[in-house]
Design a protein around this ligand. Structure first.
Ligand code: ATP
Length: 335
């Protein structure tokens, strides 16, 4: 029944007009009663579905910013990303859920999305705040067949995809703070945490989970904790309007699938480098690199074909910074 509801919603959404009851029965191989039941379930969730004798059903209006399995699935435009989908009202961390599913054999492209994450993770044990009803938190499971040293580039592929989708949805320019934070007007709107499991014998990637947290409809910076208030923002704050989270999630998956295909052709960043650099924050400017050994400054010269940040230090040496245990900052603040 769950699938019927999602299939029905997808069909009504893509047709845009009336679809007859007869057509629906034939398409899904179900009875009129089953169609009627699915229509009513959708109505209960807040969809306005008109039914007119001799014409059929039409999706007149969707509930504002509903995040549910049917709402996401009915908006997918991808071949593989999100085609296996798990939606949870609340969870600890979608990355942990995706890792568990991966161990159970979940396929490439599986997505776990949640309305509320109560233990969202950042890098190096940091936390990621997810505000229920307003933020988007999801993880994509990837199973590329390549050596582990390629994996960090997928973080950049994810960042580029989010930046493109966010800009399309919100209509405001989205930049990338290397390697994987999305910033709008110098403030962080998205964080990405990529985790990898490697086969013990071969050093090959077994699977990768890319966790993406986007601040979508938070109304004001006050909702963020005091420590991050100065450098966190949401799409709503920056664009002045509410953004549908299901549509945005599907937009990210669509971009991710396309960028992933470009990446996999060469298994490096050569095909995406230019597009990424067009969005790279701070290019040609002085940045501060914080790594395990300490901090140094230099001019950001963009990235290389492995996605590493090229930083020219004062002594003229150019360092290629690997996206592992480092953070980059502007000289006087977050970017
Ligand atoms: P950077 O150190 O440059 O922020 P990072 O990649 O190390 O980047 P992440 O692991 O992506 O950081 O995210 C964790 C950090 O993001 C937290 O330490 C906190 O400062 C900040 N943060 C947590 N939740 C949010 C949020 N909802 N919006 C914006 N920033 C957040």
């Amino acid at each position: 029944m769950k699938t019927d509801k999602t299939d029905l919603l997808s069909l009504l959404r893509s047709s845009g007009g009336y679809v007859s009851g007869q057509q629906l029965c034939e398409r899904f191989g179900v009875t009129r009663t089953a169609v009627w039941k699915a229509v009513n379930q959708l109505r209960e969730e807040g969809y306005r579905i008109e039914s007119v004798p001799h014409r059929g059903y039409r999706l007149a209006e969707s509930p504002e910013d509903l995040l549910s399995e049917s709402e996401i699935a009915s908006r997918l435009t991808t071949d593989w990303a999100g085609r296996t989908l798990y939606y949870l009202d609340e969870t600890g961390s979608t990355n942990n859920d995706a890792k568990r599913l991966a161990e159970e054999g979940a396929p490439h492209g599986t997505v776990v999305a949640a309305d509320r994450q109560n233990a969202g993770k950042g890098r190096r044990g940091r936390s990621w705040q997810t505000v229920s009803g307003e933020a988007l938190a999801f993880t994509v499971l990837l199973r590329p067949q390549f050596a582990a040293d390629r994996a960090s580039m997928l973080t950049l592929v994810a960042a580029l995809s989010v930046a493109e989708a966010v800009e399309a949805a919100a209509g405001v320019p989205a930049m990338i703070k290397w390697p994987n934070d999305i910033v709008i007007r110098q403030k962080k709107v998205c964080g990405i945490l990529t985790e990898m499991t490697v086969t013990p014998e071969m050093g090959e990637v077994q699977y990768i989970v890319a966790g993406i947290g986007i601040n979508v409809n938070q109304e004001s910076p006050e909702v963020f904790d005091r420590e991050i208030r100065d450098h966190a923002t949401s799409l709503r704050i920056e664009s002045g309007r509410r953004i549908g989270r299901a549509g945005l999630l599907c937009g990210v998956l669509d971009r991710l699938e396309k960028n992933y295909a470009v990446f996999m052709r060469t298994e490096d960043f050569s095909g995406l480098r230019q597009t990424y650099e067009e969005r790279l924050q701070g290019i040609g400017q002085e940045v501060k690199v914080l790594d395990l050994a300490g901090a140094y400054t230099g001019i950001s010269e963009g990235i290389n074909d492995r996605g590493e940040l090229r930083v020219r230090k004062a002594d003229g040496e150019t360092v290629e910074v690997y996206a592992g245990e480092v953070s980059v900052r502007g000289l006087y603040g977050y970017v």
